[in-house]
Design a binder for this molecule. Structure first.
Ligand SMILES: [Zn+2]
Length: 367
């Protein structure tokens, strides 16, 4: 009983502190800023992470390629089989290249990167802080947990209340033993079918969000029913769906009618795999990964249907081959190549500014 009372007082304190300091602000790894300072914002990227959890065995007869150094002659293979090359999964080794690319992103007009690396894929807050200091790009870090396959025994054993406390603490006090604070919850990892541990994390995310009034971002399972299930669970747990981003829409809901049905639920729809084009999608062979041109047409369709305030875009860079250093498109691809093509396809500058500035700003501002 005493413990309950103490817990309640603890949350009240957090609540009061939040009302004083976070409301109306955006929380970056360097501290609070005004929403108007964000500028062009990519809402789903990684600057440093380790994706070895998702290694996928190479096609038979091609095993030797997975250990070879990255060279011109295997770049096309790497683009088609990004998860079958061990070194390719270690974005955490590329700090120098990432720093250089952030400077290029800034030179192209970029202002902010939301860095969605959560517990399980080697979040490195000290490095994010350093990269932001060195480049002048605002970086917003993510609280919470990635997919079940990366949950520790400790995470699995936690109750919803304990998970909530961990997440709230990462936003209020700092994460991973540092005083560097997260400014968004997510990407919260969900599989298909959703696991018990992921379900608890989703409920904890909703509870933490209702205490903090903060933005949330979700990685759905690779099935068109997954985003619906996630929103239902979060709604029942009291989440603010209007401040929630559903990532990876480009590989999740293909049927237009179903997509519009989902859009009605009121979350942000994120097209965040710009720059990714391959024939065979290792994570789910049932899925035909769209091209960038198809993504642009999807975004235009959503705008035409009245969802211009609910669409955000990004690249979700999470492997080495996506970096310019290895023949990839880099963090400035959307600004350099996609925006001009959107204009050609009849999306006005005013609407583009909504996708890249206004919608991220609304989402990232604490309530
Ligand atoms: Zn991601």
């Amino acid at each position: 009983m005493l413990c309950d009372v103490q817990g309640h007082i603890h949350f009240l304190r957090i609540k009061i502190r939040k009302m004083v300091s976070l409301k109306g602000k955006v929380q970056t790894v360097l501290g609070l800023i005004e929403p108007s300072q964000l500028g062009f914002t990519m809402t789903h990227e990684h600057l440093t992470m380790n994706y070895s959890c998702c290694y996928y065995p190479p096609p038979s007869g091609q095993e030797a390629l997975s250990d070879q150094p990255i060279e011109m002659k295997n770049l096309f293979w790497l683009k088609q089989n990004p998860y079958s090359h061990k070194e390719n999964l270690l974005l955490c080794q590329e700090t120098d290249a990432v720093r250089e690319e952030l400077l290029r992103y800034k030179a192209a007009g970029g202002g902010t990167i939301v860095e969605n690396t959560t517990t399980g894929i080697k979040r490195d807050l000290k490095m994010l802080k350093q990269l932001s200091e060195e480049t002048g790009v605002h970086v917003i870090a993510g609280a919470g947990f990635y997919v079940d396959a990366t949950h520790s025994t400790e995470t699995r054993a936690m109750s919803v209340e304990q998970l909530t406390e961990v997440i709230v603490n990462e936003v209020i006090n700092g994460a991973d033993g540092t005083n560097i604070k997260c400014g968004v919850i997510g990407e919260i990892g969900c599989s298909w079918p959703l696991t018990e541990s992921e379900n608890k994390v989703l409920q904890a995310t909703a509870h933490a969000q209702s205490q903090l009034g903060c933005p949330v971002i979700i990685h759905p399972g690779r099935h068109s029913d997954s985003p619906f299930q996630i929103i239902r669970i979060m709604q029942e747990a009291g989440a603010d769906i209007s401040k929630t981003v559903m990532s990876h829409m480009d590989r999740t809901i293909f049927d237009e009618k179903k997509l519009l049905e989902f859009a009605k639920l009121g979350c942000y729809l994120e097209y965040d795999l710009f720059g990714t084009e391959f024939i065979f999608y290792q994570m789910n062979p049932e899925i035909d990964m769209p091209s960038d041109n198809e993504r642009i047409l999807r975004v235009r369709m959503l705008i035409d249907e009245g969802y211009e305030d609910k669409v955000v875009v990004a690249h979700d860079i999470h492997t080495k081959n996506r970096l310019k250093k290895y023949g990839g498109h880099g963090y400035s691809h959307i600004l350099e190549n996609i925006v001009p093509k959107m204009l050609v396809r009849g999306i006005s500058q005013n609407k583009i500014d909504k996708l890249l500035i206004e919608n991220p700003k609304q989402w990232l501002t604490f309530k």
